[in-house]
Ligand binder design. Structure first.
Ligand code: TSJ
Length: 648
């Protein structure tokens, strides 16, 4: 008789025992629906494989049993992760008749279920375990140094190829895993050293004292980096502020532990910065949507600063600094560790454990209060900064009120320069923000006015990176953008009021065009973040070249396509004479050309602006738009080829 197994397998009685069925079911399921386990089969899923393996070594470090980890991209494109921990246990367990090592690699969710020292994680894609990596690898080899022996076991697509074997002697302990990702599963098996390196740097900061080495052995890309930060998240903040001007010399660091949890915060204010930069982690996992640890931090910071201001007579009676005032110019890293972390929200990137809020709140209330008492100079500069921020915000509020009143009087007037479209459903409409008069003219002539609006901009944009909020409200260059989009800015921003669901920046493919685009993106990033996060922002891609052969005209987007297009146009004899002209600017195209190449949804290429990595975006903006000149020069020299193709 055959037993029905949930996912459609039938198994003859007695042929398999229960654990074998579980293995089959488990790893088969992973190969069938890899996205369920690692998020996607694109680059992000591919790199997720590494983090799954490395997490095990970091758990070993957290247990105090390991202080070195290395991650190597091999010549053949494989990944090797190595640590100097105790080595995965190889003795046979009684219940299963298998080694712990075999269970780790063949049973789904085995990670964290045996041994101790690790922090259990629930929800999200984190900690799905080494068996998932095994199932999604063409092959995977593991070597354990333990008991003076080297043990080895080999797998292919999750199946055992070589049982646990002693292959040599050793005087060390540790674990080494090498895997080749499965080309049948992943769209592209090319690992990015940059992605691995920056992730491992983050982990090295979060686990102070742990030495992490990354290495690329692929031909032509040979490189390696060793990261060891005794200062932990303190050094993380220093690193994040390296291109900024700190308000006080030392990073403020506070830490505590309670029951089974630990909390650490490190922060430093910068005088030349007007936004806040908060990075938070739970069990070494980034929580970009914040959660209870961030809520506790923000609430306590505001309260402690206000209390100090009152005591020091820097704030009069009714004066109160808002949370935003107290965080202007701050760079902060919050890191908590807890048992049974709950990750919430659609992307599982928000910490839900409410006991952590009071824990972090208490930590700041006690220790920051004491710190401010003991360091009055630092305390005063912090208070001064927050008070200035508060005054600017008050000025901004008045400016905003003025705009509102004016709008009410004039009946919610749209900017005079806006050429609006007829359609009123935002989901169907787009707005082109265009630089300059002539380009605006062609765009107006070329557009499909049923659903495309045009907003021409004139003259130099305000660089919001160097300005406070009060300068932004009422700025004559920005106001038309704000009113045309209709959704407000800053705290007021309301996605639901957005008048167009595609906001397309159309600027020339030269340095000036790129500058305008960067200024607008900086503004959106700092003052309309949900607009960027919601994927509403695009960059139009006007063609760089125009090819003509007799009456035939063809536009080419960039250098990469040029040769191919030339060959095709010359025709079969290869003799046709083709003229190439380089497009000098949007203004040089007539309305028809602009429609055909850049605005017609059927033929145009739009680049959606994505917010990939908060650290990287903050870096790009502070470096490109901030005060310090040296890092900007360095950045542009180093990234010359990206400077015209900025993609945050
Ligand atoms: F899981 C894995 F295979 F992906 C993996 C695990 C990969 C790598 C690169 C390292 C590890 C790993 C596991 N490093 N260190 C450990 N440690 C243990 O598994 C271990 C060792 C001893 C004891 C003990 O109680 O004696 C407990 C544990 C969990």
């Amino acid at each position: 008789m055959a037993d029905e197994i949930t996912n459609g397998f039938t198994v003859e009685d007695g042929e398999y025992d229960a654990s074998q069925i579980q293995v089959l079911e488990g790893l088969e399921a992973v190969r069938k629906r890899p996205g369920m386990y690692i998020g996607s089969t694109s680059s992000s899923g591919l790199h997720h494989l590494i983090y799954e393996i490395v997490d095990n070594s970091i758990d070993e470090a957290l247990a105090g049993a390991c202080d070195e980890i290395s991650v190597t991209i091999g010549k053949d494109g494989t990944i090797t992760v190595m640590d100097n921990g105790r080595g995965i246990p190889i003795d046979v367990q009684e219940q299963t008749g298998k080694s712990a090592l075999e269970v780790v690699f063949t049973v789904l969710h085995a990670g964290g279920k045996f041994g101790g020292g690790g922090y259990k994680v629930s929800g999200g894609l984190h900690g799905v375990g080494a068996s998932v990596v095994n199932a999604l690898s063409e092959w995977l080899h593991v070597r354990v140094h333990k008991n003076e022996q080297i043990y080895e076991m080999k797998f292919s697509r999750g199946d055992i190829v070589q049982e646990l074997t002693v292959v040599g002697k050793t005087d060390k302990t540790g674990t080494e895993v090498t895997f080749m990702p499965d080309h049948e599963i992943f769209d592209d098996c090319n690992f990015s050293y940059e992605i691995i390196h920056s992730r491992m740097r983050e982990q090295a900061f979060l686990n102070g004292g742990l030495k992490i080495t990354t290495c690329d052995e692929r031909a032509g890309c040979e490189t390696s980096d060793t990261m060891l930060y005794e200062g932990g998240i303190r050094q993380f903040v220093q690193y994040l502020n390296r291109n900024k001007t700190p308000l006080h010399d030392n990073v403020i660091y506070l830490a505590d532990e309670r029951n089974d949890s630990t909390a650490e915060v490190a922060f430093q204010y910068c005088g030349d910065v007007y936004n806040e930069f908060l990075l938070s982690f739970a069990n070494n996992i980034n929580t970009p949507d914040g959660g209870m640890h961030e809520t506790g931090f923000k609430a306590a910071l505001t309260r402690v600063i206000n209390d100090y201001g009152k005591k020091a007579n820097m704030l009069k009676g009714e004066d109160k600094l808002s949370g935003e005032d107290c965080r202007e110019g701050i760079t902060a890293v919050i890191s908590v560790r807890l048992m049974e972390a709950q990750f919430e929200g659609q992307t599982k990137s928000k910490l839900g454990n409410s006991e952590i809020r009071t824990f972090v709140d208490n930590l700041l209330t006690e220790k920051l209060t004491a710190f401010l008492e003991e360091n009055p100079t630092v305390a005063r500069s912090m208070l001064d900064k927050a008070i200035t921020a508060s005054r600017a915000r008050e000025a901004a509020r008045k400016a905003r009120e003025n705009i509102r009143r004016k709008n009410a009087l004039e009946g919610m007037s749209l900017p005079g320069k806006l050429f609006d479209c007829n359609e009123s459903d935002p989901a169907l409409t787009e707005i082109y923000i265009v630089e300059g008069d002539s380009a605006g003219g062609s765009a107006k002539g070329g557009r499909d006015s049923r659903f495309q609006a045009i907003l021409p901009l004139f003259g130099k944009m305000l660089n919001v990176e160097k300005a406070r909020v009060d300068k932004v409200y009422g700025n004559e260059k920005l106001t038309p953008v704000i009113t045309a989009l209709g959704a407000g800015i800053g705290e007021d921003f309301d996605e639901a009021k957005l008048r167009y669901h595609k906001v397309i920046i159309m600027s020339d493919a030269d340095v000036d065009g790129s500058h305008i685009r960067t200024l607008l993106l900086t503004f959106f990033f700092r003052f309309m973040r949900p607009l960027v996060e919601g994927g509403y922002v695009y960059a139009a891609q006007p063609p760089l070249f125009k090819l003509t052969r007799g009456k035939n005209v063809r536009y080419v987007l960039d250098n990469n396509e040029l040769d191919q297009a030339m060959t095709e146009m010359r025709g079969e004899d290869g003799k046709g004479k083709v003229d190439i002209t380089r497009n000098k600017g949007l203004g040089e195209m007539d309305a028809h050309e602009l429609w055909d190449t850049t605005m017609n949804p059927e033929t145009r290429v739009l680049k959606q602006i994505k917010l990939t990595d908060a650290i990287q975006a903050d870096e790009v903006f502070t470096v490109l738009m901030g005060e310090k000149v040296e890092p900007r020069k360095e950045y542009i020299e180093k990234n010359a080829k990206y400077a015209v193709d900025l993609d945050i």
